[in-house]
Design a protein around this ligand. Structure first.
Ligand SMILES: Cc1ncc(COP(=O)(O)O)c(C=O)c1O
Ligand SMILES: N[C@@H](CCOP(=O)(O)O)C(=O)O
Length: 474
């Protein structure tokens, strides 16, 4: 399988060749030349598979330059009940992503039982093991440069700690993550982990990552790697749990299922789009945003108008405080008929701070690709957290609450709706106390992390400053 850039001007490369880097040299994002397709018979065979076998069935169709036995061993080492063991009472951690039935045709898909309590662990643990494998083969090293609004950072740092030949430089928005998220990252004292708190919002940090990635000479000299969802390796791993969730709530492949996805950088729902393109019988993909509702605006109007830092709000679902969704480019590439020149034209305008209008494509967005959307705000998520506890006895986090609020508005009575649970409540203790008046439970191993000493550097959103920091620390 070869991978091509959404902007159509980079050479086609293999999976291992694109694994470590983020953006393609032309500034686009990688996608497979064509999506593999799973037939009805394939789906039937996959229905009863364990998570590891399912992951192998999917990944082996997209990764053809790692020997099958090695790929299988990497997957088996990653998806274990021990790694994804922070399940709710009554859930089986062998399922890796168990479902919670709230009522008929309404489910949560638990994606946050990994070491850092957010869905990012689903892909990041695999990425850590794949990086280690590829680096050991080539004898190379990598300096990972990432941006986080709270969850990618800790997931990446936990996955890459102690990995030979890997350093992590993680940019986060200064004082905008929850206390728990901040402590998860900044309390790590490992020599290969560098936390940089950027005075700005997540989008400023993401812009810095992209600017460094677009400096090809610097990227090559300092072997800059990526762990954000601009990296195809992240997306492909996230495709798997849509299949797992679909099989968990259906009896046969003639049934369709809708998924609601709390969204920010559009990586998670992009994986759902790709699962759908591969033949998974998904009805609707519901994009749920918080007050930072650029994506909701697009799916309602056809106009994509990213906002600047001053108009990006700090909310109680802070991991979704994003106004420039990187992975949206992957979907738009498919929407405009895989036309790299068109994507270049559209992002030419976005990269200059502008907008674009795809109103004429909107019937296709819904009818052909199944996308619809909604948004949520602080009052909505407080109310949803309270009602979910009262009605179903289930405590959810603020991001999942954004998803559930939108799902309840947009579901139809006949189609099972699966809401992705993207983080556990413990990560957002202050908001949960406000909603429920009680402290959410957390794994004993994470008790008291907020009191641990923290190691981080504060920096302005300046590309030359982060380059100098990397040079000084390699
Ligand atoms: C808890 C949580 N929910 C939802 C999202 C949004 O996911 P995505 O950026 O893939 O759209 C994020 C961050 O990405 C997150 O950390
Ligand atoms: N919400 C994310 C932001 C980065 O998204 P990514 O999926 O592109 O890594 C976070 O929590 O850091």
């Amino acid at each position: 399988m070869k991978y091509i850039s959404t902007r159509g001007q980079s050479p086609a490369l293999s999976f291992s060749e694109i694994l470590l880097g983020g953006l393609a040299p032309d500034g686009g994002l990688y996608l497979p030349k064509q999506y593999p397709h799973f037939s009805d018979a394939d789906l039937t065979a996959m229905r009863s598979m364990s998570y590891c076998n399912l992951a192998f069935a999917i990944l082996s169709r997209l990764v053809d330059d790692i020997p099958a036995s090695d790929l299988k061993a990497i997957i088996d080492k990653t998806y274990t009940a021990e790694v994804y063991g922070f399940t709710r009472a009554g859930q089986n951690s062998e399922d890796i992503t168990p479902t919670v039935k709230l009522e008929d045709n309404l489910y949560l898909l638990s994606l946050s039982n990994g070491p850092t309590l957010a869905f990012k662990d689903m892909a990041m643990q695999l990425l850590g093991n794949l990086f280690e494998y590829v680096l050991a083969k080539t004898g190379e090293t990598t300096n990972i440069l990432g941006a986080t609004s709270g969850d990618t950072g800790s997931a990446a740092e936990y996955a890459m700690r102690g990995k030979k030949g890997v350093r992590v430089f993680m940019l986060s928005p200064h004082q905008k993550m929850s206390r728990f998220q901040t402590a998860q990252m900044f309390s790590l004292q490992d020599d290969n982990i560098f936390n940089i708190a950027v005075t700005g919002v997540f989008d400023d940090a993401q812009d810095m990552v992209k600017a460094v990635s677009n400096d090809h000479a610097f990227k090559a000299k300092y072997k800059i790697g990526a762990v954000n969802s601009i990296n195809w390796g992240r997306i492909v791993a996230q495709v798997v749990y849509y299949f797992k969730g679909y099989f968990a709530v259906t009896q046969n492949n003639s049934q369709k299922v809708s998924f609601t996805v709390p969204s920010g950088n559009f990586g998670n729902v992009c994986a759902g789009h790709i699962a759908r393109m591969m033949g998974l019988p998904i009805d609707k993909l519901v994009v749920a945003t918080n007050e930072n509702d650029v994506l909701d605006e697009f799916f309602k109007t056809g106009v994509y108008k990213p906002r600047g830092s001053a108009n990006t709000y700090h909310t109680s679902s802070p991991s979704m405080d994003i106004s420039k969704a990187s992975n949206f480019e992957r979907f738009v590439y498919d929407l405009v008929g895989k036309d790299g020149a068109k994507v270049r034209e559209l992002w030419g305008s976005v990269d200059q701070g502008g907008a674009f209008d795809l109103t004429s494509y909107m019937s296709k967005v819904k009818a052909e690709f199944g996308f619809i959307s909604g948004s949520s705000n602080h009052a909505n998520r407080m109310q949803t957290i309270r009602q979910t506890k009262k009605k179903y006895g289930v405590v959810i986090d603020t991001h999942t609450a954004d998803g559930l609020k939108v799902a309840l508005e947009l579901r139809d009575a006949k189609t099972p709706m699966v809401v992705l649970e993207t983080a556990l409540p413990a990560k957002f203790e202050d908001a949960l106390v406000e909603a429920l008046g009680e402290v959410p439970p957390r794994p004993a191993s994470l008790n008291g992390i907020e009191a641990l000493p923290q190691k981080f550097t504060v920096m302005d959103a300046n590309v030359e400053a982060i380059k100098a920091f990397i040079v000084a620390n390699t």
